[in-house]
Write a protein that binds this ligand. Structure first.
Ligand SMILES: [Zn+2]
Length: 274
């Protein structure tokens, strides 16, 4: 059963890798996660205690009952520009979104942005340490990517990541065996490609995202078009009755317990697919 699900997921992924490869110039780092983590951990520890650390409350199934839930998620941050612009909207509208952060992007300045996100009730999840093709890595390197990023996130916001988004949505059996977080993909509009206009992004967000889905966007440092599209789309989506929830809350609302066993979720359904 699992094996056939994996095959189905792999087929979908083959297309997804091309469609949502987030080729946003995140060049795999040459330095090891361990070397970079030490300085980044020090950076996280140095940030002022402006924001409270710890477990964020998660809404219950009862609190989410009857709501038209949708999970808006952002990859490739944190940074002090676009991530903060998204957070300004989160704050203005009182909504929750999820960030899938790249460990090597965490430094004293971006750590504070992560803390701001966490303090606004957003969920901070893992998008690896170096943003490399992890399906080409050894088991040991995969585990290093995950543990260093998880520890950095914990040191920064006081909560471990609950979900993992594979870079380029590239996955294999070794990754499923080594990573004990549910794998999350989502539906996107190639917003890592600068040639996709703001109008197209807005149309995608306001017309193509169904209830129960995970929306995969990118808060990469230069992605102003996505910040603008989200700015235009949130009021329309709220008008359309959507409730913005974290990745955790999406599954809770749908009564699904996501597994880390060979499924890559784009929707809060049993097999991750619509
Ligand atoms: Zn990415």
């Amino acid at each position: 059963m699992i094996s056939s699900l994996r095959k189905a997921a792999a087929a979908v992924l083959a297309a997804a890798v091309i469609a949502s490869g987030c080729a946003s110039g995140s060049v795999p780092a040459q330095t090891s996660p361990a070397a970079e983590t030490t300085s980044a951990q020090a950076a996280a520890a140095e940030t002022t205690e402006k924001y409270e650390k710890g477990e964020n409350p998660v809404r219950t199934a009862e609190e989410l009952a009857g709501k038209k839930v949708i999970a808006l998620t952002f990859d490739d941050g944190p940074n002090t520009g676009v991530t903060n612009e998204i957070l300004d909207l989160v704050e203005e509208y009182g909504i929750k979104v999820s960030f899938y952060v790249v460990g090597q992007n965490i430094n004293p300045d971006t750590a504070e942005v992560m803390q701001r996100a966490h303090s606004l009730g957003c969920e901070i999840n893992s998008h690896s340490f170096t943003h490399s093709y992890m399906n080409e890595m050894s088991a040991e390197d995969i585990k290093d990517e995950m543990s260093h990023t998880a520890q950095l996130i914990y040191d920064t916001v006081g909560e471990y990541p609950k979900f993992f988004r594979p870079p380029y949505i590239a996955v294999n059996e070794t990754m499923f065996n080594c990573i004990d977080l549910p794998f999350i993909s989502g539906i996107g509009c190639n917003d890592w490609d600068d040639s996709v206009s703001v109008e197209k992004r807005v149309r995608f967000l306001t017309e193509k995202c169904p209830e129960g889905c995970i929306i995969l966007m990118h808060d990469a440092a230069n992605n102003e078009k996505t910040a603008e599209a989200v700015r235009q789309s949130i009021p329309v989506m709220l008008e359309n009755g959507f409730e913005f929830v974290t990745t955790s809350e999406l599954f809770i609302a749908k009564g699904i317990t996501p597994t880390s066993d060979g499924i890559v979720y784009s929707y809060a359904t049993e097999n991750g697919m619509k």
